[in-house]
Design a protein around this ligand. Sequence first.
Ligand SMILES: Nc1ncnc2c1ncn2[C@@H]1O[C@H](COP(=O)(O)OP(=O)(O)O)[C@@H](O)[C@H]1O
Ligand SMILES: [Mg+2]
Length: 233
Amino acid sequence: MTAQPHGIVELDRVAVRYGEQAVFANLSLRLEQGSFTILTGPSGAGKTSLLQLLYLAQPPSAGRVFVLGRDLAGVKRAERHKLRRRIGVVFQEHGLLDHLSAFDNVALPLRAAGQKPKDYAKDVLDLLTWVGLRDKVAALAPSLSGGERQRVAIARAIVGKPNLLIADEPTGNVDAEMSGRILRLFQELSRRGVTILIASHDVNFMRESGARIIRLADGALTEGPPARAMEKA
Ligand SMILES: Nc1ncnc2c1ncn2[C@@H]1O[C@H](COP(=O)(O)OP(=O)(O)O)[C@@H](O)[C@H]1O
Ligand SMILES: [Mg+2]
């Protein structure tokens, strides 16, 4: 086996099928370390399904998936756990725990990694402040608005300093100012070497991002000038 560079993410002729329905087949994509990519395309095209392959939520129906240089087919259970810790994920449905506060939701990955509150409290507070939620630190997740939950989910995804960040429609519920703030955060992470893949319909976000834009439609990925990809988004 040839050694894979540490940071890369690659789909090699993958397929996703749900029963009889083929969402896509023979789909290939490579993300270099530190690259910032936005995946767009119509609703139902399979964007979420593609992201799920990369955060190890489901195996492909066919093909190979490499995450952070590892072929997932060869990754044992305990190792999957470790690999997942290096991946920050913002789910479309946010996936916050209802019985926990904003603070504890953000701290979750760090606690899971065995860190103590005194070690992470400042990082968690700083991040929550940065996403404009300093006064919501103690609020339980269900009492937050959609946009606030989304920002908690973003803070949680990045608090553990992941190598790979995957976000599914992360600016769906936030206003233009917050969307710009989130964009700058992603750009900064990308500069620091974090590989970022985001599913988005947000035309302004795409336009301002400077990111590589790829479009999934009718089972195929196309790459093109951002303007064209955005026109059809
Ligand atoms: N768990 C699932 N079981 C069956 N069908 C699914 C499942 N998840 C998604 N699909 C179907 O696969 C297609 C792609 O869905 P999805 O990946 O959510 O697309 P997108 O994120 O681009 O809107 C849709 O037709 C959707 O209904
Ligand atoms: Mg989706």
